[in-house]
Write a protein that binds this ligand. Structure first.
Ligand code: DX5
Ligand code: ZN
Length: 231
């Protein structure tokens, strides 16, 4: 029912393959892959070559979060590199519907990402081509920031839209949250409607055995909190 997607942004970049294997062995459901271009956001990270390099290390879905502008040129490269899900920010694409169709045409699931101040109306005419909605609970660009509390109301509003859409069409769209998710707030975030949780610094900064890069304890703690919501 819930998915935990550790963000590689906080992993050890000098040993990414091992980090991917360890975090999945520790209970991660997805690998969240943050792509930044020093243009749409003020930071620079990893691209399709790194996605391709980690792909053989896991069968878990790779959830590519594109913080790049323009978007379309790079989409097929990520599909070829083994991405399963590709999300982008509507402000970064001149033609949102075209980009969504491009992602799905490449065989990936497609999603829109909403910055803290980006209105949800971008969803109104796009839901038929969307598999996942990602709400940012920090401004994109860096790991380790604090969860913006106003995101809880935005989550509830998004949940209502997606539930209404599912009641009408029978299509289930996932609702993912990204930024500042920790053991002490994941339960209230889930109660507000999220079903998929990106966690970067919480997971990779919370190794059970730092030398062995094991993350069981923190992922179990996140799941224990989620179990309280389900109960
Ligand atoms: C921020 C990225 C996030 C980030 C989350 O732009 O999209 O995925 O890595 O990191 P934490 O969980 O540390 O806030
Ligand atoms: Zn992200």
């Amino acid at each position: 029912m819930y998915r935990i997607a550790p963000s590689l942004l906080s992993a050890d970049f000098a040993r990414l393959g091992e980090e991917v294997r360890n975090v999945v062995a520790s209970g991660a459901d997805w690998i969240h892959f943050d792509v930044m271009d020093n243009h749409y956001v003020p930071n620079l990270t990893i691209g399709p070559l790194v996605c391709e390099a980690i792909r053989p290390h896991t069968t878990a879905p790779i959830d590519v979060h594109l913080m790049v502008k323009p978007v379309d040129r790079i989409v097929p490269d990520f599909a070829k590199a083994g991405a399963n899900i590709i999300t982008f920010h509507p402000e970064a694409s001149e033609h949102i519907d075209r980009t969504l169709q491009l992602i799905r045409g490449c065989g990936c699931q497609a999603g829109l990402v909403f910055n803290p101040a980006t209105p949800l109306h971008y969803l109104d005419h796009a839901l038929d081509n969307i598999d996942l909605v990602l709400l940012m609970s920090v401004n994109p660009g860096f790991g380790g920031q604090k969860f913006i509390p106003g995101t809880l109301n935005k989550l509830r509003a998004t949940r209502a839209k997606l539930d209404a859409y599912e009641a009408e069409t029978g299509r289930h769209i996932l609702l993912e949250i990204d930024g500042g998710v920790k053991v002490d707030n994941i339960a209230e975030i889930a109660a507000a409607g999220a079903d998929t949780f990106v966690a970067g610094s919480a997971v990779f900064g919370g190794a059970s055995d730092a030398d062995a890069h094991r993350y069981d304890t923190v992922i179990r703690a996140l799941r224990d909190e989620l179990a309280k919501v389900e109960a």
